[in-house]
Write a protein that binds this ligand. Structure first.
Ligand SMILES: Nc1ncnc2c1ncn2[C@@H]1O[C@H](COP(=O)(O)OP(=O)(O)O)[C@@H](O)[C@H]1O
Ligand SMILES: [Mg+2]
Length: 278
């Protein structure tokens, strides 16, 4: 199996009747098992990119390969869709059934999983996201974070190789955000599922292995969180925030306080400050 999970080569995407492409000449490779955050201001092209990654959209120019399968080749369409599950922003729009168990089964029904295999796969998926106690509950009565975890279970039951989450935490409260992020981080860590995590929460991006920043349909930054968040000025010019501790570090450094580059979290700051107080 190839180590390249997603490979984009000079990809542009133009919506019908639009003058300006939503994505312009984007190229990158995402390896199997990577956990990549995608940042960008509203309208920068993040959702368009997400839909190109599972073949929902086809590039106007260039090539999108998913596990070496060209999304333009119709023989791979199904394969690609079921191997890269998508989670969207609004948990309510993703509920399709009146009982959690049926909601999780829905995706499997669509791809023709043998009904006798379903109960075990439903249980396994719900256990993985910590929602097994809610098997027979009504999904619309759950919290936002719980709904998103049920949505993730529905995808896991289809046994995907990748998850593409398009601002899956945007409508959640802080605790719901945390529970969904932790669930996905664990899936990445323990099952090696490739994750593309589109977000505008810097504290989430800081915790991903790699951060991409798109702006005006172009890839502007692509690196480790340390590399990307050390570009405070550029990020602000792209109308993005810098994580609070990175901002504080910048401010202190500009006032002549000796701190290293790459401070991102409270833990980083604590370590560096204490090291200077000895
Ligand atoms: N269905 C559509 N038809 C025409 N233009 C669209 C459509 N969806 C998005 N766009 C445009 O494409 C650009 C990128 O949008 P999108 O990918 O949704 O960005 P993001 O998810 O980063 O907010 C924006 O300029 C947006 O207005
Ligand atoms: Mg979007």
């Amino acid at each position: 199996m190839t180590q390249e999970h997603f490979k984009l080569e000079n990809v542009s995407f133009l919506y019908e009747e639009e003058a300006v492409p939503a994505l312009k000449n984007v190229s990158f490779t995402i390896g199997r098992g990577e956990f990549v955050a995608v940042l960008g201001h509203n309208g920068s092209g993040k959702s368009t990119l997400a839909k190109l990654l599972n073949g929902l959209f086809l590039p106007s120019e260039g090539t999108v390969l998913v596990s070496e399968m060209d999304t333009k080749d119709p023989q791979y369409t199904w394969d690609i869709r079921q191997r890269a599950g998508m989670v969207f922003q609004n948990p309510d729009n993703q509920i399709v059934a009146t009982v959690v168990r049926d909601d999780v089964a829905f995706g499997m029904e669509n791809i023709g999983v043998d009904p006798k295999d379903m109960p075990a796969r439903i249980e396994e998926a719900l256990t993985t996201v910590g929602m097994m106690p809610f098997l027979d509950r009504a999904p619309h009565l759950l919290s936002g974070g719980q709904k998103q975890r049920v949505a993730i279970a529905g995808i896991l039951a289809m046994q995907p190789e990748a998850l593409v989450l398009d601002e899956a935490t945007a409508m959640l409260d802080p605790s719901g955000r945390k529970e969904v992020f932790e669930t996905v981080a664990r899936l990445n860590r323990e099952q090696g599922i490739t994750v593309v995590w589109i977000t505008h929460f810097m504290e989430e991006a800081v915790r991903c292995g790699r951060v991409m920043v798109i702006h005006g349909g172009e890839m502007r930054l692509d690196g480790t969180p340390k590399e990307v968040f050390s570009q405070g000025e550029l990020l602000r010019s792209l109308r993005l925030d810098v994580p609070p501790m990175a901002r504080l570090a910048e401010e202190l450094i500009s006032r002549g306080i000796d701190l290293p580059a790459g401070i991102l979290s409270v833990e980083d700051m604590e370590r560096e400050v204490l090291a200077r107080c000895r």
